[in-house]
Design a protein around this ligand. Structure first.
Ligand SMILES: NC(=O)c1ccc[n+]([C@@H]2O[C@H](COP(=O)([O-])OP(=O)(O)OC[C@H]3O[C@@H](n4cnc5c(N)ncnc54)[C@H](OP(=O)(O)O)[C@@H]3O)[C@@H](O)[C@H]2O)c1
Length: 297
């Protein structure tokens, strides 16, 4: 299939380009500014497309005429969103309006990537049928974008995911595994939250879930994450155990001790039964995900 990917320079975008091109799809990667994907024998085209530029979105999508658009681009750091609300709304909600309209105009199916942060965190893990109620501005703009997508006349799917970890192909982006590993290796003490829960998602599983949605022509909302319900502290213990690092450096703390600009939902994570039953989605466990990132010799 001819698939256009937004945010192709990001963590998800880079991995989606690699995995979907390897699966034989024709990939048009798009991003803000120059291509930062490595060549690495991957077969794809790249087009610059700043999504806040409506005209550019319309002209690029009209010229490319993809069958599917994976809309992965976002202002994805909650604290930055809280501190820069206009830029956040423009990037996450307005840009999604432009992408949704452009997709409809060429009859492309839109797969919108969303987040567990649309939920309040009061009673996770969540199913697709639970009602969003975001507690920070990032989550609010993603929830509003979901509603834009759901009003689209074209085919759509929303893939929500949770705390993604994995290797990025080019550039740097820390995640729970690399953050714990790097700090413990340097002997740095770390404070790790033990009163939040998540279902951490291995990046290759997320792309596989998106691929299943596309290839099975599934519509509606899907929760695509890992299956294990873990606190960040549980995750850190598994990382330390895997690499044989010193757990004495880790201190259990409550999320409330951090004064971050954006409030975090306490208990999210997803129930993934729908994706397992309808798509045949089957994610790895957290330890297996670490092993895939850093295979033991
Ligand atoms: N990572 C997670 O744990 C997680 C969890 C739940 C949901 N999600 C969702 O998953 C999706 C992918 O996240 P990610 O982890 O891959 O984030 P990421 O690494 O921050 O990538 C986002 C990409 O969007 C691009 N972008 C931002 N503004 C843009 C604009 N105006 N025009 C075009 N591109 C723009 C960024 O470009 P630059 O590289 O130039 O900045 C970046 O490459 C997002 O929708 C996010 O909300 C992620």
């Amino acid at each position: 299939m001819k698939i256009l990917i937004t945010g192709a320079n990001g963590l998800l975008g880079q991995n989606a380009v690699r995995q979907l091109a390897a699966a034989g799809h024709q990939i048009i990667a798009t991003g803000r500014g120059a291509c930062r994907l490595p060549d690495a024998g991957m077969s794809f085209d790249y087009t610059e497309m700043d999504l806040t530029d409506r005209q550019r979105v319309v002209s690029a999508v009209t010229a490319i005429r993809p069958e599917v658009i994976i809309h992965a681009a976002a202002m994805s750091q909650p604290d930055a969103c809280e501190l820069n609300p206009e830029a956040c709304y423009d990037c996450n909600t307005n840009a999604t309006r432009y992408v949704t309209a452009a997709a409809a105009s060429v009859k492309a199916k839109l797969v919108y990537i969303s987040t567990d942060f649309v939920f309040s965190g009061d009673h996770g893990p969540y199913r697709e049928t639970d009602i969003p109620s975001p507690v920070n501005y990032y989550g609010q703009t993603k929830w509003e974008a979901e509603q834009v997508v759901q009003q689209s006349e074209a085919g759509w799917a929303i893939v929500r995911t949770v705390l993604v970890y994995g290797n990025i192909l080019a550039g740097t982006r820390s995640n729970v595994v690399t953050w714990v590993k790097e700090n413990l290796e340097k002997g740095n003490p770390i404070q790790v939250v033990s009163d939040q829960v998540r279902t951490p998602t291995y990046i290759e599983d997320l792309v596989r879930g998106i691929q299943l949605v596309i290839e099975k022509k599934a519509g509606g909302i899907y929760h695509i994450s890992g299956r294990e319900i873990l606190t960040p502290y549980d995750m850190a213990v598994q990382v330390a155990d895997y690499f044989g690092l010193d757990k004495q450096l880790m201190k259990k703390v409550n999320a409330a001790i951090f004064s971050q600009p954006a409030r975090r939902p306490l208990k999210t994570g997803f129930i993934i039964d729908k994706a397992e039953k309808e798509l045949g989605y089957s994610p790895v466990g957290f330890r297996e995900g670490i092993q895939k990132m850093f295979p033991l010799p």
